[in-house]
Each structure stands twice: as C-alpha cells, then as structure tokens.
Design a protein around this ligand. Structure first.
Ligand code: SF4
Length: 228
C-alpha cells in the first residue's frame, strides 16, 4: 500500500499537525506526475490521477477542522472531484512556472509556486505573496494565518502563495531530502487490503475535533502502478 499516517509531527515547516505521506510502493515518486520539475529524471511516475483516492481526499476533513494539500497534476485532471468547497479539502495547484500559476489563479484554482527569492508583488493584475514560514522562524503551517487558519487551507484567497525554492544538492524535490525522505521511503512498506482512499477516510474520522490536516507531505494524487 502507499499511504502512511502521522497523528503528530515534528516537521519544521508544518509544525505539529496530523499529516500523511503517499508513495508509489516500490518507487517513491509513483504517485507523482511526470510534469513535476522537482523529481529525479529517472523516477517512475504516475500517468493518471487516482480518482477514487482523489474523491476520498476531498472528503477527508476532520469534524469542525480543515484539510489542505497540493498537487502537481493539472487542475483539469482533478477539479471535478469535490475539492475547494465548504467542509472539503483545499487542494492547491503547484504550478511549474509563474505563467502557469497566474493562469491557474485566474481560472479560480488556489495556486502556489516556488522561486529562489519570493517577493510580494502584482503580476498581470494578480497578487503574489511569500509563504510566511519561509520568512519568519516563528511561523509554521500550524499557526499560519492566525484564527482564520492556514493560508493554504483557504480555497478562495485573493493571492498566489510563493514558496522559497531551496537548492538541494542532488534532487530539487524537498521530500527527497532530510527528515521527510526517511518518512517517505518507508511509506511503501505498509500492508493493507484497503485502498488508500478507504484508509484515509477511516483515519480522518478518529482525529480530534477541530484538527488541521496536511495531506501528503510527499507524494501526489496519481494512480499507483500506472507508470510513465
Ligand atoms: S502559507 Fe501558511 S499554510 Fe501555506 S505552506 Fe506557508 S505556512 Fe504553511
């Protein structure tokens, strides 16, 4: 199976919040799309979105809580699966270029993208705002946005979130480095007769009332086993 659940986390960026990891079983990148610019060149990626998992993900919000995540798959492939509505998971599109990000935002999709030196500015009439956790050590997703909740969990926000593109030594994907890599590598070793979507819905049900969940810290919504 290809999903792993953490009720608590010591991850620096998110802070302590429930979170998941998704992998492609034997290949860590097996749930990621080929168009992601951060993965290694020889990674075995997914050719299509796992609709059953994506529909379950959209519904996987704790009672009175919020859920959010990101996808490198084009929004055309998932926007009809129930995301970005009240009481549903916010799924942000991780654009590969600034132009793609602007277009996605104009299409009404919550959007993020990464650059070396994030700055607040307007491009083509669209506001871009740096992730506050990249600018301030005391901010993590768990306290980002104050009482209104994490910025990335707001599907109707009026700006694109810009992350800092860190220059890792070998593989640009942040999840292939450091602490996240260790957790992600073990994800494919979990055995279960249930699908990822079924397991996810069961896990979310038992989380404390009002929890904020960060879905797949690493991995994406691709169909595992359908390789490029
Ligand atoms: S903008 Fe806020 S919620 Fe989004 S990644 Fe940065 S700290 Fe986390």
């Amino acid at each position: 199976m290809s999903i792993k659940f953490l009720d608590m986390s010591a991850q620096r960026k998110t802070g302590n919040m429930p979170q998941t990891y998704r992998s492609g079983g034997e290949d860590m990148y097996g749930s990621c799309p080929d168009k992601c610019p951060l993965k290694p060149a020889d990674a075995k990626t997914a050719t299509e979105v796992d609709e059953a998992y994506a529909r379950a993900l959209a519904k996987s919000v704790p009672r009175n809580g919020v859920s959010f995540s990101y996808s490198h798959f084009s929004p055309e492939k998932w926007k009809g699966f129930g995301f970005n509505k009240p009481k549903r998971t916010t799924l942000n599109y991780s654009a590969s270029t600034q132009e793609e990000a602007i277009q996605s935002f104009k299409d009404g999709i919550p959007t993020v993208w990464a650059e070396e030196n994030p700055s607040a500015r307007k491009v083509d009439g669209v506001q871009l705002m740096p992730c506050p956790a990249d600018k301030h050590d005391h901010i993590q997703c768990v306290n980002c946005g104050g009482s209104a909740g994490p910025i990335c969990a707001r599907p109707d926000r009026k700006f694109i979130v810009v992350f800092k593109w860190k220059q890792w030594k070998k593989i640009p994907c942040y999840a292939a480095n450091g602490y996240v890599k260790f957790t992600w590598k073990n994800t494919g070793k979990v055995l279960s007769n249930m699908t990822d979507g079924e397991r996810l819905l069961e896990w979310v049900k038992q989380l404390p009332f009002g929890s904020t969940v960060r879905h797949h810290i690493a991995g994406d919504i691709g169909k595992v086993g359908k390789h490029e």
